[in-house]
Design a protein around this ligand. Structure first.
Ligand code: ADP
Length: 259
């Protein structure tokens, strides 16, 4: 079968001032439309030229450059392609066409708790997740109390993870993930869930990143765009609709619903 993914994603470390360079990035997904029952049907479909899938173009030629130390907000309606962009930057999806160059150690906070095991206790999962982020046991020992305090889940440490609510699991995963020290952080704000106090802690964390690391934050909260971002990008239908100052882009986002 012909290789569909022809784009490239490379990582390099330089002393240049660009953290992420994206050129002509395209990404589509194949959605099955017809089920082939058995080999005979599959061969028959092929001979008839029936594809059995529909191609959904999600990213349609993205060009972007993000500077080192920049805090960039990515905004846009649901389904516009923001998460797909983040996942392609993270190397979770392969670019179909175009080029991505990442300069620095990139830490994605996109699918938190991927390594969680529901049958293990919270304590065991903290060590497991930490190991996946590259921390040694000794490093985890030092961070252990901070992790539980940030997540506000101290009393649940020895319970099996399957007894946590999904919100509690995300809080724990978020609290572990923010210990990872990357040059470039990809963050999806939906992961900063919780009550007002927890939100405030997440906001303090975002604030602490400012200027120290390169941050790309997918968000629907325009007050956060105005407060934390140096720059923002409005994605619409898989393309960059607007790339500018946080206020200008936040205003444009809010105006999407006023037409
Ligand atoms: P956003 O983050 O802006 O809400 P997404 O990037 O999640 O948008 O989704 C954009 C489109 O891509 C949606 O129509 C979604 O259904 C589709 N999509 C995303 N991931 C996949 C996938 N793994 N397989 C098929 N379609 C997908």
């Amino acid at each position: 079968m012909a290789k569909r993914e022809l784009g490239t994603r490379t990582e390099q470390y330089t002393d240049g001032d660009i953290a992420i360079k994206i050129r002509g990035l395209h990404k589509s997904f194949r959605l099955p439309t017809e089920k082939a029952f058995g080999l005979k049907q599959a061969i028959f479909n092929r001979l008839r030229g029936v594809k059995g899938y529909r191609e959904q173009k999600v990213l349609k030629g993205i060009d972007l450059e993000i500077k080192k130390g920049e805090f960039v907000g990515i905004v846009g309606r649901n389904g516009s392609g923001k998460s797909t962009l983040l996942k392609t930057l993270a190397g979770i999806y392969y670019p179909e066409k175009g080029e991505i160059i990442v300069d620095g150690n990139l830490v994605p906070f996109i699918e938190l708790g991927v390594g969680f095991n529901p049958e293990l206790t919270g304590r065991e999962n903290v060590y497991l997740n930490g190991a996946l982020l590259g921390f040694s046991n000794e490093e985890m020992d030092k961070m252990y109390d901070e992790i539980w305090d940030f997540a506000e889940l101290r009393d649940f440490q020895d319970q099996k993870l399957k007894n946590y609510s999904s919100g509690m699991q995300v809080r724990l995963a978020f609290s572990i993930a923010i210990r990872a020290k990357g040059d470039i952080l990809l963050l999806d704000e939906v992961l900063a869930v919780g009550d007002a106090a927890f939100q405030q802690k997440c906001n303090d964390y975002f604030e602490s990143l400012h200027g120290n690391q390169t941050v790309i934050l997918v968000t629907h909260t325009m007050s956060n765009v105005r407060k934390f971002c140096d720059r923002a990008i409005l994605i619409e239908d898989g393309k960059v609709k607007l790339d500018g100052g946080p206020k200008e882009v936040a205003d444009a986002y809010e105006n999407l619903w006023k037409k």
